[in-house]
Every structure is written in C-alpha cells, then in structure tokens.
Design a protein around this ligand. Structure first.
Ligand code: GLU
Length: 315
C-alpha cells in the first residue's frame, strides 16, 4: 500500500513549536515518500478541547505550509465506530467491566508506579467478578471497560528507537478501552482510526512510545494490521522539561501574529530535526532534505540563543 501518514492533535491549547515539529516531520515524511497525509482531531477529552484551539490549529498548520488529504476524522463524532470495536472485543471475551474508582485502584495497587498516563498498574480487582456481582455493582456505578492485557513481552521495531519491548501485563495491567462516561479511551480510538484510515506510518512524539505496546495488543485482538511507528524524541526547554502548550512564547500563533517570517520558523524546526542549521528555509527545500535516518535519536534542547537567532528576535 502506498504511504499514508497522519497528524492527530488534541485541540487542548495553542500548538507550540514542539507540536509543530511533529506535524511537520509527519508531513515531510509523507510528502518525501510521495504519499498521503491525513489529519485527525482527537477531541475525546471534551472538557479540555475548545473550538477556538481547533481554528488556531488549522491556521497554524496552513501558515507553516502543511496541507492534508481527505476530510479530517473527528473523534467526538465517531462513537458508533468505537462502539462496534468494543462490541467485537466483548464478543472475543477480551474486555470486562471495571467498577473501581481511582482511589480504590491506588489503594489496591501493589506497585506504586505504572505508566504515568494510566496511573498505577491495575491490580485486576474486577477481572473475575461473577455475573451476579457485575449486576449488583452496575446498579450503583457505570463501569469502565478494561482490555485484558496479554502476558509477556510485546516488541516492535520502531523507526527511530529500534526494537522496543514492554511487558504490558506487568507494567500496566488490564487497561481502559471505554471510560465510565461511555467514551472510548485514547488507546482504543487511535487504533480504530489509524486502521480505518489505512495509515501505514505513524510518526509522533516519543512520549507515546510506551503506549504503542498497548495499541499493538488491540490491533492483534481486532485482527488489524498495525502501521510502522516512528517515535521522535521531544524538544525540551533549557530546563530539561518538555515544551508545554502553556508556554506562550513558543506558540506558533504568537510567532505568526508577531509577523515572523515562516521560513525562519521552518529553519528553527529544521535545526531541531537534523535537517538544517537554523537558517531560514522553505518547506519545499525541506521535502528535498528529509531522510528518516536524519531524525534525532535523542531529545533536542531548544536553546534560547538558537531560538532567538533563528527567529530574528532581539536580546
Ligand atoms: N492526540 C495525541 C496528542 O495530541 C496524539 C496521538 C497520536 O499521535 O497517536 O498527544
């Protein structure tokens, strides 16, 4: 199948240069391969996503020179699709209802730390509830649905990190695929959507590297073919912390509004991507330069001096 990449942002804030770099790299990879590039809006977290951020996002990406094929999928409109996948997992006996509250899980967890995005490892409290117990508990609490993690090491070949393995059952335990508000979890939705869009290559920040083994287990259970993964190391501030959406100085919209030339911003993003030295560059030139082998293998530090020089900021 010909190359199909994607960018799947969550409109929870104005995108910063780190997000823009992920979008740009995914786009460059697709265009350099003569392939397609899709957008998907990951807005399942309704409380944090705002229409204003989505408008800004589209404007920012267009300003950078990115374009995309096909109408973007919007996750908040795809409940039926996720429900079908969840029903399939139920038929396969791979999920079970979980009535635990966060506090109960924290109390019952033997290992204090699992993965930060899931909280402590799920100790399996609801894994073996009898049908009677399920019926009884369902009278007072709507359950989440958990996927039974398959045992053993789950490995895959990452385009940037190489062979990557994780024992999902030991580290994470059974994980949520439908939240108790009835909404699909990120882990489920991302798999269903990437498969539905026939995505061949997922390029994203390596903060999601540890999610991939869970996603691979869902691909396996649903009989879907997983894409190739390219997890790029994040851009960090000089303090060693990752750039956050709240750091206004790095928001693309802000640079755009200040009238900074887009070629300067692209020059900076190129320097953070192994594709340039920080001098201004056009997006067409970056398509010519792009090689996956050039992607940095280690986190990139957004040095203040380079940032100011590349963007032409004073002092
Ligand atoms: N929506 C996720 C985020 O903004 C990215 C999901 C993905 O690329 O798989 O962090």
């Amino acid at each position: 199948m010909s190359f199909r990449g994607r960018f799947a942002p969550s409109p929870t804030g104005r995108i910063h240069l780190g997000n823009a770099r992920s979008a740009l790299l995914g786009w460059l990879q697709a265009r350099a391969a003569g392939g397609q590039f899709l957008m998907r809006i990951e807005d399942l977290d309704r409380a944090r996503c705002k229409p204003q951020f989505l408008d800004d996002l589209y404007q920012d990406l267009e300003w950078l020179g990115l374009d995309w094929d096909e109408t973007p999928l919007v996750q908040s409109q795809r409940n039926d699709v996720y429900r079908e996948a969840l029903e399939e997992l139920e038929r396969l006996g791979r999920v079970y209802p979980c009535f635990c509250t966060r506090a109960e899980i924290a109390r019952a967890a033997s290992a204090p730390h699992g993965l930060s995005d899931e909280g402590p490892r799920y100790p399996g409290t609801c894994a073996a509830l009898s049908p009677e117990a399920v019926a009884e508990r369902a009278r007072t609490r709507v359950p989440a649905l958990r996927f039974q993690a398959a045992p053993g090491e789950w490995c895959f070949e990452d385009g940037v990190h190489g062979r990557t393995c994780q024992d999902v059952a030991t580290l994470v335990g059974d994980f949520v695929v439908r939240r108790n508000d009835g909404v699909a979890s990120y882990q489920l939705a991302v798999v269903v959507d990437d498969a539905a869009s026939h995505i061949t290559d997922v390029l994203r920040g390596d903060d999601l590297l540890t999610s991939t083994p869970r996603q691979l287990q869902i691909y396996g259970a649903l009989g879907l073919t997983p894409p190739r993964f390219w997890h790029v190391p994040l851009v960090l501030g000089e303090d060693g912390k990752r750039l956050a959406k709240r750091e206004g100085a790095f928001a693309v919209a802000e640079l755009r509004e200040r009238g900074i030339a887009v070629e300067r911003v692209l020059g900076l993003l190129a320097a953070w991507s192994g594709l340039g030295d920080g001098t201004p560059v056009t997006i067409q030139e970056l398509v010519r330069r792009f090689r996956p082998e050039l992607l940095p293998r280690a986190p990139v530090v957004a040095r203040e001096a380079l940032l100011k020089e590349a963007l032409g900021l004073e002092g």
